[in-house]
Design a protein around this ligand. Structure first.
Ligand code: PLP
Length: 457
């Protein structure tokens, strides 16, 4: 029979996540077939700079033979065995030891899953179990932030503070609340100092906890720097103020380090860069540089003790996935961490990040429609506004960011339009060179100019 081409097969069979079906039907898929360093190639041979490291995750870049070799070796030696009851395999033990040793604040144990979403679901169960074990079963509510992104499973999707991800599914679940994001452009009064803005944000959180009743609130979940919600860097002193509120009300803090973990902000963990003191830490993405799926929940000794003590009354922590502590994923993670450490990629992310931010400032600071340039380490974003003073959003129907992303694609650059904000983001692999950063930013600037020309026409 005639073999239909990949585009035809894709449209016929593949259900794409997060995809507007009418657009997909009209434009067809973009099929990537090869990657090397920061470069990707599609099925027509067109090359792109991957300014997003996939989805903020291919931190060591494409084509790392060391990880491929580790995966191959593990697949041949032992592709899989589970970790239920007391069973396990060797590589997850070694990875757990390594993670606990490198944790940004003292941590005690690691529970492995396969995605950021399922790990955040696990975190919620850990918090519930911990509070049940302490005889505080009512402490069930979990507070996240507007615009926070924590995944899409039913619980993690509820934590995610994006209404468009709730509306089709009757979410968020009843125990989830959202508080104000540290989003200076839209949440701070003009001219507000960092101290005053921090105090407002801490008060918003405390008011919410008090309104709900502190005995009903178990945990708050926060990304050290918010990623998909807009690359939002909180003001200095923010997490110290948040921690003080949480301590007053016996509420745990979950750091969602799915993007920030393993070097993205120029420190091994975002909690270090942002002076955050979490009780639980979620990791995924960069733990394997996405070569295979893996996530983890790190828990502090305090939480771990609660879980141990709970066994007497609650029984075993009744939770775990077929693929929890997958040996092949752990082998990939160990090889990935070796690369990060041996090649000094965390310091490199800090260094290249500083270069990227200088380039973004040079390219965009004077632009009449740029409202804010944000970021830290090797993650950055540019937000566009219809008017700077007072800051005024574009009509959403203009889809500014999506148009820029499309124009960038035509120029061989992959960037990302962030939801509910006229914002494009950059989060390239740590191996990007200064020359590649310069190309990335100049292609982005050309794309912006092309779209702005269309607007005035
Ligand atoms: N948490 C954060 C901060 C994320 O950025 C993401 C994904 O982008 C997730 C959780 C969800 O991870 P996954 O897509 O692996 O379920």
């Amino acid at each position: 029979r005639n073999t239909p081409d990949l585009e035809t097969l894709d449209k016929r069979y593949l259900f794409h996540p997060f995809t507007a079906l009418a657009d997909h039907e009209r434009n067809g898929p973009m099929i990537i077939v090869k990657g090397e360093g920061v470069w990707l190639e599609d099925n027509h041979g067109k090359r792109y700079i991957d300014g997003m490291a996939g989805l903020w995750c291919v931190n060591v870049g494409y084509g790392r033979k060391e990880i491929a070799d580790a995966i191959q070796h593990q697949a041949v030696t032992l592709p899989y065995f589970h970790s239920f009851s007391s069973w396990t395999t060797d590589t997850p033990i070694l990875l757990a030891e390594r993670l606990i040793e490198m944790a940004p604040v003292p941590m005690s144990k690691v529970f492995f899953g396969q995605s950021g979403s399922d790990a955040n679901d696990t975190q919620v169960k850990l918090v519930w179990y911990y509070n049940n074990a302490r005889g505080k079963p009512l402490k069930k509510k979990i507070i996240a932030r507007n615009r926070g992104y924590h995944g899409v499973t039913v619980v993690a999707g509820s934590l995610t503070g994006m209404p468009s991800l709730h509306s089709g599914f009757d979410l968020p679940l009843s125990f989830v609340r959202h508080t104000t994001a540290p989003y200076r452009l839209w949440e701070a009064e003009p001219g507000m100092s960092d101290e005053a803005f921090t105090a407002k944000l801490a008060k918003d959180l405390e008011d919410l906890i008090l309104a709900e009743g502190p005995d009903t609130v178990g945990a708050v979940i926060m990304e050290p720097v918010m990623g998909a919600g807009g690359v939002i860097v909180p003001p200095k002193g923010y997490y110290k103020a948040i921690r003080a509120v949480l301590d007053r009300h016996d509420v745990l803090l979950i750091a969602d380090e799915v993007i920030s973990g393993f070097g993205r902000l120029g420190t091994m963990f975002g909690a270090t860069a942002m002076e955050m003191q979490p009780d639980l830490i979620t990791v995924a993405k960069g733990i394997t540089s996405a070569y295979v799926p893996l996530s983890g929940c790190m828990v502090s000794e305090k939480v771990w003790r609660g879980i141990v003590d709970g066994q007497a009354t609650l029984g075993a922590f009744g939770h775990g996935y077929t693929y929890s502590a997958h040996p092949l994923a752990a082998a990939a993670a160990l090889a990935n961490l070796d690369i990060i450490e041996k090649d000094g990629l965390v310091a490199q992310a800090a260094d290249r990040g500083a270069f990227m931010h200088r380039q973004l400032q040079e390219a965009f600071a004077d632009h009449p429609l740029v409202g804010e340039i944000r970021g830290m380490g090797l993650v950055g974003a540019v937000e566009f506004v219809a008017k700077k003073q007072p800051a005024t959003r574009f009509e959403p129907s203009l889809k500014i960011a999506a148009r820029i992303v499309k124009a960038a694609l035509a120029r061989g650059l992959i960037t990302r339009a962030l939801p509910h904000a006229d914002t494009i983001s950059f989060s390239p692999p740590f191996v990007i060179s200064e020359d590649e950063i310069a190309q990335m930013v100049s292609r982005a600037r050309e794309a912006v100019d092309a779209v702005m020309d269309e607007l005035v026409r």
